[in-house]
Design a protein around this ligand. Structure first.
Ligand code: ADP
Length: 196
């Protein structure tokens, strides 16, 4: 089955969540944010939330085993069969390998596109401090950026080698970024041409 899978990569504060939400609506595919899933689980103090809380609060990645089954179940659901946007996953090379294997297993011949949002670090810190989520305190922000460089940035090279990575400047206006990503999706990836 052909599946329009999109992965949004980028550091904290790059605008992945905002753009993923807009584009998911535009292309009528689900927006799957591991950060949102974890925050909901923490708010509800589910078993997942209880296990994840200290990691999220400290700006660390939660252990892979907490998320892998969850991603498998989510991508197996009915609404994800024609496409999806993953936001916040994969966040390290192990998770990227897991996703590849999973899609192979599901037999989803994935015309996956990886959208890499690039934003300079000073702008990221400014944006996150303004956002003021619980994990947006200066010390936690610094740790999250460090974790990004150490663990998530290598995922960019991983996908670059596969040849399906598109880097977008995430520092301009929200609408401009949406336009840039939309062009990539319709022109390069040829997903949902004519939509919007
Ligand atoms: P941001 O991209 O702004 O850091 P997210 O909502 O994507 O925000 O993530 C918030 C937190 O949730 C991360 O700092 C991390 O603790 C946890 N998290 C989200 N996705 C993953 C993942 N794929 N693997 C491990 N931890 C994750």
């Amino acid at each position: 089955m052909s599946n329009s899978g999109l992965v949004f990569l980028g550091p904290p504060g790059a605008g992945k969540g905002t753009q993923a939400q807009i584009l998911a609506t535009k292309f009528s595919i689900p927006h799957i944010s591991t950060g949102e899933i974890l925050r909901t689980a923490i708010a509800q103090q589910t078993p997942l939330g209880q296990k994840a809380q200290s990691y999220v609060d400290q700006g660390e990645l939660v252990p892979d085993e907490l998320l892998l089954d969850l991603i498998r179940d989510r991508l197996n659901q009915e609404d994800a069969q024609t496409g999806w946007i993953l936001d916040g996953f994969p966040r390290n090379v192990e998770q990227a390998r897991f996703l590849d294997a999973l899609l192979g297993e599901f037999n989803q011949s994935c015309d996956c596109g990886i959208i890499n949002l690039h934003v300079d670090e000073e702008i990221l810190v400014e944006r996150l401090l303004l956002r003021g989520r619980k994990d947006d305190q200066e010390e936690t922000i610094r740790r999250r950026l460090q974790v990004y460089h150490e663990q998530t940035a290598p995922v960019i090279s991983y996908y670059q080698e596969q040849g399906n990575l598109y880097t977008v400047d995430g520092s301009s206006d929200m609408e401009k970024v949406t336009e840039a990503i939309t062009s990539i999706i319709t022109d390069q990836l040829e997903i949902g041409s004519g939509v919007g």
